[in-house]
Design a protein around this ligand. Structure first.
Ligand code: ACO
Length: 712
């Protein structure tokens, strides 16, 4: 069975057993039985209890093996020590879904994790999948199954909400009635011993009752499966990620490593997974509402119709902040809008029909906006006034939409006012029009609809095709030699050989073992040149006084040799480094000055190799102006990274300077992504830093290189 078929068997049950069903009123095993009855589950309910003959009027069985028919889902409400034994019985019965509410497994430590692993093995042996443990259960509106200890099924709707936290899921369940935002299902994932976010995305991507998938994520076990599932879902996904601290960064040895942190990596992974990131719970639910109810926004022109100048300006500020700035309406459209307002209104956009405008003003302006080819998305804003009734305005919006059609454009609303506005909002949402209580939320919703459209346009494939002119064997040989030498840090010449094998321009470089040899090599390379210490123990060469630049003649080579050697020896002595080895001094031609950029990679525990790009110098060190992607990825994806840094204007050419060679830069970033994913079994971190980037058509030069291997 495919993962989707297994998930279908689990999430569309026709029969449910409650293992540990209890007669005690407040026991979870009693509540689950009650919930299944009260949610009007139409399939068979089988309470399992060693002693009780019936529970809540339904015949009970001492063991699941005594149940006469098939059992699709078993909800576990027995204490932790009884779960494995009960799972073994379920496996014999070929139960398809194990919904394990019980706590006390991997979340409490190693011993619990071991039992959890065994439970999954047992379930798989009988062809079942495990949800949890440590969950509230699952709430499935399609099957009318409240197989959980949440109070009731959520309001029915078009969003599948999937949460790692059970308590949060329960609270969102009840919140659906307050927000009038329904859910097709609510899934609690807990410890994710087996079923994870990717499994759920794969299933809900194919579920015709679900338009949008909303996620609350604490951590992922398989980041790559998540990216793949999200990308191929073809359905809007919005996610809130908690715990976004820079974990693990302190332990990283390379420059890139110290800049990696889960926030930036998650940002990158979400983009690659086509997941819209919500910053808080409100945003998760507000965006879900828009994505579930409205079509995506196929162009970038938002039109705002408002009776209040203030909320109009606020919407304009928010739209800009969310990356979908309002534009002035074209002149012919302004002429049409002018007909819907008094002389003192504004037709520019926001279209301010003014406080004096009543229902008719709204209906007319909405009709103009909906018919216009220029408008791609519409926000109707309203301030409660004494000359209008919120309910009438809501009715007017619905009538305008009904009479004119939306022509595939999304429409959102925002009413600022009192209880009447709330009631009008309920009416709008029930009719499929998103409603928000402030203009910022309305603009955030439209920006999410725009983002979803851009993801759709991007398509499923990343169009990554590995470069063919690479020599993986040569790169592996360099690494093997370093390993044979007992090292996990490559020297600069070794790192450059690995980079060169993947087509990176590292320039000509030779390592001299003696001063005289250095003089000969210098003549071969040509002046001016750079000399650098080669020692596996000296990673930050400049800090150790191990670098001399702009050497112009033989005397310079001899002077540099002495200084570098003296400095390196002093550094080794000062740091008291045992068994330090000096391999010699590297001589390389001096790359002409360009704009310094950095490309590096680090292994993320959840996503594997990730590649970072940023401008060099203070931009990277002080401002941490960098961006990431999960490797490998295409040159096109790499191109998309460049505008994400704040100093992007430098790449575009500032103050009369030429645009820099972004094409070559993006090719190199993609090549590094290929290198670190093809050699992911060996490489922990890399830095190409600095890279001298030259004007368009002139390429770049990798000036320094660092590769740190995985510990084996
Ligand atoms: N087969 C069938 N029934 C069994 C078995 C078995 N092998 N073993 C025990 N039972 C029965 C018991 O006899 C009892 O029934 P009874 O009341 O008729 O005697 C029933 O199962 C329950 O057993 P209890 O020992 O009473 O367990 P209790 O109900 O106290 O606790 C529970 C079980 C709820 C699963 C508990 O162990 C637990 O894990 N609680 C935490 C649940 C939770 O919070 N999950 C995370 C949600 S996420 C969030 O944060 C909200």
């Amino acid at each position: 069975m495919s993962s989707v078929q297994e998930m279908k068997a689990l999430l569309t049950p026709k029969s449910i057993a409650i293992i540990g069903a209890s007669s005690k009123d407040n026991a979870i095993g009693n509540i689950v039985v009650k919930n299944l009855i009260e949610s009007h589950f139409e399939g068979a309910i089988y309470p399992i209890n060693p002693k009780a003959p019936e529970i809540r009027g339904i015949k009970a069985y001492p063991s699941i093996l005594d149940v006469p028919g098939e059992v699709d889902m078993a909800v576990f409400c027995v204490p932790a020590k009884a779960v494995l034994g009960a799972a073994e019985e379920c496996a014999k019965k070929h139960v398809k879904g194990y919904v394990i509410i019980t706590s006390g497994f991997s979340e409490i430590g190693h011993e619990g994790a071991e039992v959890e692993k065994k439970i999954v093995e047992v379930a798989h042996s009988g062809g079942g999948r495990v949800m949890g443990p440590n969950i509230v259960g699952v709430l499935l509106n399609g099957s009318k199954a409240n197989a959980s200890f949440a109070p009731c099924l959520p309001l029915d709707g078009k969003t599948a909400l999937i949460s790692q936290s059970g308590a949060l899921l329960i609270s969102l369940d009840m919140n659906t009635f307050v927000r009038h935002l329904g859910a097709s299902s609510m899934i609690s994932l807990g410890n994710m011993s087996d079923v994870d976010f990717a499994d759920c995305i794969n299933f809900y991507a194919e579920d015709d009752k679900t338009n949008c998938i909303g996620l609350y994520i604490e951590g992922l076990k398989n980041g790559r499966a998540f990216i793949e599932a999200g990308r191929k879902a073809g359905k809007p996904i919005v996610a809130l990620k908690s715990g976004v601290s820079a974990h693990g960064a302190a332990a990283a040895a390379s420059h890139t490593g110290s800049l990696a942190g889960s926030v930036k990596v998650y940002d990158a992974a979400f983009k690659q997974a086509h997941v819209i990131r919500a910053r808080d719970l409100d945003e998760l639910l507000d965006c879900s509402q828009a994505l579930a109810l409205q079509p995506v926004m196929k162009g970038e022109n938002i039109c705002v119709v408002t009776n209040g100048g203030g909320i109009g300006v606020l919407s304009s500020d928010s739209a800009e902040a969310y990356g979908v700035p309002l534009k002035t309406a074209p002149a012919d459209l302004q002429v049409e809008f002018k007909k819907c307002m008094p002389d003192f209104g504004s037709a520019k956009n926001p279209v301010d029909i003014t406080g004096g405008a009543g229902l008719k003003g709204y209906e007319d302006a909405i009709a103009v906006a909906l018919k216009s080819d220029w408008v791609n998305g519409l926000a109707v804003l309203y301030c409660e006034t004494a000359n209008t009734e919120p309910d009438e305005i809501a009715e007017g919006i619905l009538a305008a939409v009904k009479n004119n059609g939306t022509n595939g454009k999304p429409i959102v609303t925002c009413f600022v006012g009192g209880f009447k506005c709330q009631a009008a909002g309920k009416k709008l949402i029930e009719a499929g029009i998103p409603f928000y209580e402030n203009p910022d939320k309305a603009m955030r919703a439209l920006s999410a609809l725009r983002q979803a459209a851009l993801f759709q346009e991007e398509g499923i494939a990343d169009d990554y095709v590995p470069a063919k002119d690479v020599d993986q064997a040569a790169a592996r040989a360099v690494i093997a030699a370093a390993r044979a030498d007992g090292r996990s840090v490559l020297t600069e010449p070794e790192a450059k050989k690995v980079f060169a094998a993947y087509g990176l321009p590292v320039g000509k470089a030779l390592v001299a073992k003696t001063e005289d040899e250095a003089v000969k090599m210098a003549a071969e390379i040509g002046y001016p040149l750079v000399m650098k210490i080669v020692s596996p123990q000296i990673i930050h060469k400049s800090d150790a006084g191990g670098v001399k630049v702009n050497i112009k003649d033989e005397a310079g080579v001899r002077a540099a040799w002495k200084t570098i050697m003296d400095n390196a020896k002093a550094f080794i002595a000062k740091k008291d480094i045992k068994d330090a080895a000096i391999h010699g001094i590297l001589l390389q031609s001096m790359a002409p000055l360009g704009k310094e950029v950095i490309v590096g990679s680090v292994n993320d525990p959840q996503f594997g190799p990730t590649v970072m790009f940023g401008m060099g110098g203070i931009f990277v060190e002080v401002l941490k102006d960098v961006t990431f992607r999960v490797a490998p990825f295409s040159q096109k994806t790499a191109m998309g990274m460049l505008p994400e840094i704040k100093s992007y204007k430098i790449l575009q050419g500032t103050r009369g300077e030429k645009r820099l060679d972004q094409e070559r830069l993006s090719e190199i970033i993609s090549r590094i992504s290929q290198l670190v994913s093809e050699l992911s079994d060996e490489i922990a971190e890399t830095d190409a830093n600095p890279i001298m980037l030259y004007p368009e058509g002139e390429g770049l030069a990798v000036v320094d290189a660092r590769i740190i291997l995985k510990k084996k």
